[in-house]
Ligand binder design. Structure first.
Ligand code: F6P
Length: 341
C-alpha cells in the first residue's frame, strides 16, 4: 500500500512520534509512506516528501513536526476538495493518515464522506477533543506549566507579589487545571466558568490575612470575565474561523492589583507550552497512536480515528472527535478548588 500522512493545525509535541510510528510499522510490513507537507495545503499545492527509515530516524524526541503544518481549510478554497481528491489519485495513495485537531479532523471526516480513504489521529495540547481520554502534547504542556509555576513561586515569595500566569486553552481549562493543581496554584480560572473578579480578589485577601504574602493565579487564555466578551490579540479570523486569543492575564492582573492593593506581575507562557521535546508520556501515546493508525489503514477501517480509552488504544468514528468539544471534567476542578486561598 502507499499511505499518505499529514499534520494540520497548531503543532504539538509528539507529532513526530506518530509519524515515526506509522512509517516504521508500514515499512516493516512492506508498505510505503508519502509525507504531505504543511497539512491539507500540501495536497492542494502538491508538496510531498517520501518518508523512509532514514528520514524518521532521530525524530522521536523532537518537538514540532518534520512535515510542517498549516491551518489550511480546503473547503474554503476554490475547488479545494476536488484538488485534494485529484492529488490523492495522482499520488496513487491507497489511504491517508490525517493527524490534527478539530479543524483538520473535521475536514478529514468530510473528505471521507466524499469517498477518500482516511484515518484520523487526534492531536491538541488543549486536550479538548471528544472521543479520546487524552491527546498527546497535553502532558508536555502541563509539565511546562508546572515547571513555570515552580519558578514563579520563588520570585513571588521573595517579592511578596501576586503572579498571574496565562496558559493555553482556547475552549477548555485542562491545561490550566492540571498545571495549576501540579504547581499548587492559589486560584485557577478556566473558560468553562466565567471569571468573578470579586471572588478571586476576596480569596487572595483571605489568603494574605492568613499570613501568606504571595499568590499564584493561573488563567486559561479562553477564560472570560462574567461581564465582558473574550479578550483577543486580534479580531482577524483564520481559515477555520478562529480568533487569536490572549490578553486575559494582563487584564486580570491589573484588576487584582487595583482591587487588592498587592503588587502583581503577569507571565504569558504562550507557545513555550507547545514547543520543545515531548514528555515520555506523549512519546509513548504518539507511538501507540501511529502504530494503531497504520493497523486501521491495513484493515480498511476508514473514517475511523485512533483514540485512548482508559489504557487501551481503540478506534472511533472520526466525527465523534469533532461532534462536541471535551470541556474540563468539573470534578477535577472541584479538587483544585480545595487548595484555593
Ligand atoms: O492548539 C491549540 C492552541 O494551542 C490554543 O490553545 C491556542 O489558542 C492556539 O493553539 C494558538 O495557536 P496559533 O498561535 O498557532 O494560532
Amino acid at each position: 500500500m502507499k499511505i499518505g500522512i499529514l499534520t494540520g493545525g497548531g503543532d504539538c509535541p509528539g507529532l513526530n512520534s506518530v509519524i515515526r510510528g506509522v512509517v516504521r510499522k508500514a515499512i516493516s510490513c512492506g508498505d510505503s509512506v508519502l509525507g504531505v507537507r504543511y497539512g491539507w495545503k500540501g495536497l492542494l499545492e502538491k508538496n510531498y516528501t517520501s518518508l523512509d527509515l532514514r528520514l524518521v530516524s532521530g525524530i522521536l524526541h523532537k518537538g514540532g513536526t518534520i512535515l510542517g503544518t498549516s491551518r489550511t481549510n480546503p473547503y474554503k478554497k476554490e475547488n479545494g476538495p476536488e484538488l485534494v481528491k485529484k492529488s490523492f489519485a495522482e499520488c496513487g495513495l491507497d489511504a491517508l493518515v490525517a493527524i490534527g485537531g478539530e479543524d483538520t479532523l473535521g475536514v478529514a471526516a468530510k473528505l471521507f464522506k466524499e469517498g477518500l480513504n482516511i484515518v484520523g489521529v487526534p492531536k491538541t495540547i488543549d486536550n479538548d477533543l471528544g472521543a479520546t481520554d487524552f491527546t498527546f502534547g497535553f502532558d508536555t504542556a502541563v509539565n511546562i506549566v508546572t515547571e513555570s509555576i515552580d519558578r514563579l513561586h520563588t520570585t513571588a515569595e521573595s517579592h511578596n507579589r501576586i503572579m498571574v500566569v496565562e496558559v493555553m486553552g482556547r475552549h477548555a481549562g485542562w491545561i490550566a487545571t492540571y498545571g495549576g493543581i501540579a504547581g499548587g496554584a492559589d486560584y485557577i480560572l478556566i473558560p468553562e466558568i466565567p471569571i468573578n473578579t470579586e471572588e478571586v480578589c476576596e480569596s487572595i485577601r483571605m489568603r494574605h490575612a492568613k499570613g501568606k504574602d504571595f499568590s499564584i493565579i493561573v488563567v486559561a487564555e479562553g477564560a472570560a470575565f462574567k461581564e465582558t466578551d473574550l479578550i483577543l490579540q486580534e479580531k482577524k479570523l483564520d481559515s477555520f474561523g478562529h480568533v487569536r486569543l490572549g490578553g486575559i492575564g494582563h487584564a486580570l492582573g491589573e484588576i487584582i492589583e487595583e482591587k487588592t492593593g498587592f503588587e502583581t506581575r503577569v507571565t504569558v507562557l504562550g507557545h513555550i507550552q507547545r514547543g520543545g521535546v515531548p514528555s515520555a508520556f506523549d512519546r509513548v501515546l504518539g507511538t501507540r497512536f501511529g502504530v494503531k493508525a497504520y493497523e486501521l489503514v491495513k484493515n480498511g477501517k476508514f473514517g475511523k480515528m485512533v483514540s485512548l480509552k482508559g489504557n487501551k488504544i481503540v478506534d472511533v468514528p472520526i466525527e465523534e472527535a469533532t461532534k462536541q468539544l471535551k470541556t474540563l471534567d468539573l470534578e477535577i476542578y472541584e479538587i483544585a478548588k480545595i487548595f484555593f486561598g
